[in-house]
Design a protein around this ligand. Sequence first.
Ligand SMILES: Cc1cc2nc3c(=O)[nH]c(=O)nc-3n(C[C@H](O)[C@H](O)[C@H](O)COP(=O)(O)O)c2cc1C
Length: 153
Amino acid sequence: MKHLLVVFHSKTGNTQQLADAVVAGATAADVIGVQVRVLRAADAGPADLLWANGLLLGTPENFGYLSGALKDSLDRTFYEVEGKLTPLPYAMFISAGNDGTGAVRAMERIANGYPFIKIQDPVIVRGEPCADDLEACRQLGQAMAMGIDMGIF
Ligand SMILES: Cc1cc2nc3c(=O)[nH]c(=O)nc-3n(C[C@H](O)[C@H](O)[C@H](O)COP(=O)(O)O)c2cc1C
């Protein structure tokens, strides 16, 4: 089995909706060889990153940046995984009021340090998620899981 880790933070539920859609895609019936672990950012530790073959990160954009909870998770794990992590394929999903680009920029800088390797552009959802947004997240989860399963990433 390959391993897909989904780590997210959500305060008012929008990113939670995106995470649920991502997980639905990643656990679809046609993905059989991938185990999915879903964690709130506050609960994700270094062992989870070392377990993973792929990573999906979800966050609201707060003050033009990642949520503090996701940033804290990355801060807490960096030294523990440094030098031990095979560069992890990753992608992100973002819930924003009206922007989201600041969170993307921040994550891309952090990804260079870990290292995480971007496998597709982020899904940025502005405002309350609609059906198309959830479908985009479902597809993100499915694409990541299938890519891991087939050894593409
Ligand atoms: C403290 C705070 C700061 C925020 N800063 C931004 C921001 O810089 N850009 C933006 O587009 N939305 C901003 N928002 C709006 C949130 O990103 C948006 O409401 C998001 O959907 C919340 O996700 P959640 O429901 O998963 O908590 C901010 C919200 C809060 C509470």
